[in-house]
Design a protein around this ligand. Structure first.
Ligand SMILES: NC(=O)c1ccc[n+]([C@@H]2O[C@H](COP(=O)([O-])OP(=O)(O)OC[C@H]3O[C@@H](n4cnc5c(N)ncnc54)[C@H](O)[C@@H]3O)[C@@H](O)[C@H]2O)c1
Length: 348
């Protein structure tokens, strides 16, 4: 039984709380922490937890706690993760890992010093369809990857703290961190150049206070092995949650995901077909959130390296920061030199 404290009892935190307390036999939710008293009380009553904290510094010092799930807004990730590591706690840290590469480096150094396990909440890496695609690409059957397109669109308005891009890195971080991570994971190649365009097309209410806020973005990418990528992000997408990826390879293509949920379609006598769209990340990745926690616990117990490491978290943040810099400057941003020597097109 790994004893968990959840820090941040909001949207993502409650998904983890439910999974720890109801779905995973080898885990126990023993403590909760949130600066918001009402959110904390609600979560405590629902999950019958009595070790309650308003201050994460006290929560990470609780000797009864062995592991921490961090699901606060990203601007607190660095301080909470570093303090938790210093107290010897294992950490499942929600994406985006932090606000900057320097913050990610601080976390990775604190984790290495303490010798604890750190896993980033990239649940797509635990989804059955994404895993099958990764395996197929690894088999070499489809030849080299040429273009990866990843769409990440969230339903509903973002939480209020996202509007301040300096404190959240915007939609590209909040919604599209998963896309930046999974294109790099599937391409098996680092992102070396990004060019991004973004606009606020729906959130008029945010325009005055947050002129830098954007609710739609498109990004083009080049990978170190010379392959290409595209990411698009929107929040809110009124039709539902949309996470689709297309991988075009030399000898075929892989299509992951659909806008339709895994339920029924109804065909009418006049030929109309009706079906339901996926309503939320909670439903699409329901099993992946459980699998990521199970994997985390296994890594802690067996002292093995998680499938989504602090370096993976850092690489996604690096690409997001570069994409935001590209939005601001209107220019492509180079992250690393393109390694044509090792590109499959020159080594084939
Ligand atoms: N993996 C996923 O699919 C997924 C989905 C949604 C959100 N997230 C991530 O989870 C994190 C939280 O997002 P959310 O949408 O749940 O936010 P939220 O606003 O719904 O919840 C955040 C909670 O943290 C609390 N909080 C804020 N500062 C705190 C602090 N210093 N100490 C303790 N508690 C604090 C808030 O009171 C709130 O209850 C973000 O990093 C977000 O990107 C991941």
């Amino acid at each position: 039984m790994l004893r968990f404290c959840l820090i941040g009892t909001g949207r993502a935190g409650l998904v983890h709380a439910t999974n720890i307390s109801r779905r995973i036999k080898s885990a126990q939710l023993v403590a909760l922490c949130d600066t918001d008293s009402q959110a904390l009380a609600r979560a405590a009553a629902h999950h019958k937890v009595d070790r309650l904290y308003h201050d994460y510094q006290e929560a990470v010092r609780d000797p009864h706690v062995e592991a921490i799930v961090v699901a606060t807004p990203v601007s607190f990730h660095r301080e909470i993760a570093c303090e938790a590591a210093a107290q010897g706690k294992h950490i499942l840290l929600e994406k985006p890992m932090a606000l900057s590469v320097a913050e990610c480096e601080d976390i990775n150094e604190a984790v290495a010093r303490a010798g604890v396990t750190l896993q980033i909440g990239f649940m797509r890496r635990f989804d059955a369809a994404f895993l099958e695609a990764k395996e197929l690409l690894g088999s070499g059957e489809l030849g080299r990857v040429m273009i990866i397109k990843s769409t990440g669109r969230g339903p509903g308005l973002p939480p209020p703290w996202i509007y301040d891009v300096t404190k959240s890195n915007g939609i590209l971080a909040e919604v599209n961190s998963h896309d930046f991570d999974c294109v790099r994971w599937l391409a098996d190649s680092d992102i070396v150049r990004v060019y991004a365009e973004a606009a606020n097309l729906k959130c008029d209410h945010a325009r005055e206070d947050h002129p830098d806020f954007y609710d739609n973005a498109v990004v083009t990418l080049r990978f170190s092995d010379d392959s290409l990528g595209m990411i698009d992000g929107t929040c809110p997408a009124d039709y539902g949650y949309d996470a689709r990826v297309e991988v075009l390879c030399e000898k075929g293509a892989i299509f992951i995901g659909s806008v339709q949920d895994r339920g029924i379609s109804q065909v009418m006598s006049d030929g109309r077909i009706t079906t339901r769209a996926i309503d939320s990340w909670r439903s699409l990745f329901k099993e992946a959130y459980v699998a990521e926690l199970e994997h985390f616990i296994e890594c802690v117990e067996q002292q093995t390296v998680p499938r989504a490491t602090g370096l993976d978290g850092l690489k996604a943040v690096e690409a997001v920061v570069a994409a935001n810099a590209s939005v601001a400057s209107g220019q492509p941003v180079v992250l690393h030199a393109i390694d044509r020597q090792n590109s499959p097109s020159t080594t084939r």
